[in-house]
Every structure is written in structure tokens, then in C-alpha cells.
Design a protein around this ligand. Structure first.
Ligand code: SAM
Ligand code: SF4
Length: 356
């Protein structure tokens, strides 16, 4: 079956949406924009960047805050209501507190969240909260100083733990911890992470390692992890009423008063393309219709050359007809067979550019 030319998959949205929304060729409405604020980072995680760093974009090539705000304003008037700020490391870009303040005043934007490595969170948590950021995801791949330093190539675990405490004290709720387990590096910490989540009543989410940029190990699938946890915790149960379409959530049924939630994000083994409602904007102003395809469209140029917002909307609407129905990672590159191939992410594309 030719899945690219397959007919529309989300027919329930057809006929029921106002004309001026952003709908792709498969009937999916775009409501969510992920913005990579910068490609710079204060860490060098092994699965995200090469050791000697990547060629960074020049400052004058970066999308300015004014350009981002203009773009979000246009999208918000066409149904986008949710923004995630990511990077590189978003907290290293100067002026980001004021930017978040301006972002949160855009009419129609109801939900602003951020993914951060947490290193600078101790310093910025309260200002971020006061600026209008209400949800935060902190990436944490090891609870062991040495392993943390090895994965992040020099990062300080204590700084992140302080950041988590500062985020709690500032009022962020829920605080989500993103963890990528890498076979042979930190997968021996699975149960330590579960205890950490229970003790601190955290929302811990395991993200399947995506073989992007460089191939360092075979992905540990959600199935493998849940089976291991169930073997230790007999009351580890799927939360059927979870409203997250991206993360499969579990809780401990014998410990109902504990608010710990364990989530699993399985972009490879159980992709969620059918419900995809998102676009990604890179720090240099390129729009990506899908994380897993290299195709990018120059929004900086469009923003600066278009006469009016209506032209930009029409451009986007046309572009959306190119959004793929699904990624083909498992067909061609595979969670367990990471040989590079054309058309999907090139080997010189690193996650710091796209924002995850
Ligand atoms: N610097 C911030 C951070 O680390 O949270 C934001 C950017 S980072 C690219 C966003 C998320 O992508 C992080 O949670 C990181 O663990 C995840 N990530 C990066 N490379 C990945 C990969 N190859 N597979 C799975 N997740 C990845
Ligand atoms: Fe930096 Fe985040 Fe990539 Fe780690 S995962 S190198 S913290 S952008």
C-alpha cells in the first residue's frame, strides 16, 4: 500500500472545522508548535551532539524574537494554541524570559511549556514561572554522578537536581522528567529511576532513544521496559483514563495516594502519527513538518518577504499538504536496525538543531 498517497485518515475533523484553520492533507488540524530557541547548548549529550560540537548557525541567521512572535501570532489566529520551547538549551539564549512574557500575552495561546536540561533552572525557575511558563520538562538520564557526566559529556548532576527543586518551589506542576535509556550505558538505572519518581511523586517519562545523527545503540523499546517494571512491581498498571495521546501512562495501583506517574513515549515502536497535530520551527527559522524527515521550509524568508499575514497563511496551508502521513523509521532504518538511508534524517542532522 502506498501510505503517502493513502486517503485522509482523520475524517472526523473534515466538515467540522472552520475554514481558516491549518489542516493538512490527511485532515489533521495543526494546533501545536515546537520552537527551537537556539542550537547552542551547555551540554553535549552523546545521543544528541557529536563530542566536538556541531557547526552552529550564525547569530544573524537566527530567527529573532520579533520574527518568532510574528509567526506565532499568525498561527494563533489560525487555531494553534499550544507552544513548546526547546533547543539546543533554551535557557542559554539571552532575553528568553522577556520573550516568554510576550509569548504568553498572544491571544489564543493557552499552553506554553519548555523542555530544558535543567542546568540553569535553579537560577531561572521563578522568573520563568512569573513570565507565564506553567509546565516544564526536565531531561535527566542518570542519577549517578559519573554516568550523568559521561552521557552529558561533563554535566553536573547536582545542578539539575537543584533545578528540579527550584521548579517545584516556583510552583510548576506537574514537573515532568524526560529520560532516555541507552543500552549498556544507563539502562541498569531503570529501577533507581522508578524509586526516584515514587519518592518525589514525579511524572517520569521514558523516551525511546531515536537513532538520529549517530548510531550508538539499539533502542530499548517501551515493551521491554514495561515488562521489566511489571516483574518488580506487581501493581504497575496502565492508566486507562490518561488523556495524553503521545505518552502511555502507568501508575502504582496499591499506592493510590502517591502521585507518581510513569509515562512511555514510543516514537519508534508505537508511533503516534495518526494524531499528529504539530509543526517544528528550528532556531534558524526553518519549518519542519515531521521530526523524522529532513525537509525544511524557510519561514524567515517568508516572514520577511510577504506583504501580509494572509499570504503567509496561504503559503502554510499549501505547505501542509506535503506533511507526510507517517514516518518510515521502522520500515527502513528501524529501531533495531539503524542503517542510514535517504529521505529520512541525514546523518549530519543532530537533535540540538530540531529540538526533539
Ligand atoms: N536541551 C534541552 C533538553 O535536553 O531537555 C532541550 C532540547 S533536547 C534536543 C529535547 C529532548 O530531546 C531531550 O529530552 C532529549 O533527551 C531528547 N533527545 C535528544 N536526542 C535524542 C535521541 N536521539 N533520542 C531520543 N531523545 C532524544
Ligand atoms: Fe543539549 Fe538537550 Fe541535546 Fe543534551 S539533549 S546536548 S542538553 S540539546
Amino acid at each position: 500500500m502506498d501510505i503517502i498517497n493513502n486517503k485522509k485518515i482523520n475524517s472526523k475533523t473534515e466538515n467540522s472545522l472552520p475554514d481558516n484553520f491549518l489542516i493538512d492533507g490527511f485532515g489533521r488540524q495543526i494546533t501545536y508548535l515546537r520552537i527551537s530557541l537556539t542550537d547552542r547548548c551547555n551540554l553535549r549529550c552523546v545521543y544528541c551532539m557529536p563530542e566536538d560540537g556541531v557547526k552552529l548557525i550564525e547569530h544573524n541567521e537566527m530567527l529573532s524574537y520579533e520574527e518568532i512572535l510574528k509567526f506565532v501570532n499568525i498561527l494563533a489566529s489560525h487555531g494553534v494554541n499550544k507552544i513548546r520551547i526547546t533547543g539546543g538549551e533554551p535557557l542559554v539564549r539571552k532575553g528568553m524570559i522577556n520573550f516568554i512574557k510576550n509569548l504568553s500575552s498572544i491571544s489564543g495561546i493557552k499552553d506554553i511549556s519548555m523542555t530544558t536540561n535543567g542546568i540553569l533552572l535553579d537560577k531561572y525557575a521563578q522568573d520563568l514561572y512569573n513570565a507565564g511558563l506553567k509546565r516544564i520538562n526536565i531531561s535527566l538520564d542518570s542519577l549517578n554522578n559519573e554516568t550523568f557526566s559521561k552521557i552529558t559529556r561533563g554535566g553536573n548532576l547536582d545542578a539539575v537536581l537543584k533545578g528540579i527543586s527550584a521548579a517545584k518551589a516556583a510552583g510548576f506542576h506537574p514537573i515532568k522528567i524526560n529520560t532516555v535509556l541507552i543500552r549498556g550505558t544507563n539502562d541498569n538505572e531503570l529501577m533507581n529511576f522508578i524509586s526516584f519518581a515514587i519518592e518525589n511523586e514525579l511524572n517520569l517519562r521514558f523516551i525511546e532513544y531515536m537513532p538520529i545523527g549517530q548510531n550508538i545503540s539499539r533502542t530499548i523499546t517501551t515493551k521491554e521496559l514495561t515488562e521489566k517494571i511489571k516483574a518488580e512491581y506487581k501493581d504497575f498498571e496502565s492508566n486507562k483514563i490518561s488523556d495524553s495521546s503521545v505518552s502511555k501512562e502507568y501508575y502504582f495501583s496499591n499506592n493510590k495516594n502517591n502521585k507518581a506517574v510513569i509515562g512511555f513515549i514510543s516514537p519508534l515502536s508505537e508511533h503516534f502519527c495518526n494524531d499528529c497535530n504539530r509543526l517544528r520551527l528550528t532556531a534558524s527559522g526553518k519549518l519542519r513538518l515531521c521530526l523524522f524527515y529532513d525537509e525544511e521550509y524557510d519561514i524567515k524568508k517568508i516572514l520577511n518577504n510577504s506583504v501580509n499575514n494572509e499570504d503567509i497563511y496561504n503559503y502554510l496551508l499549501n505547505l501542509l499538504q506535503k506533511k507526510r502521513q507517517t514516518h518510515l523509521f521502522n520500515n527502513k532504518r528501524g529501531a533495531n536496525n539503524c542503517s542510514g538511508h535517504i529521505n529520512i534524517i541525514e546523518d549530519n542532522t543532530y537533535m540540538n538543531k530540531i529540538g526533539g
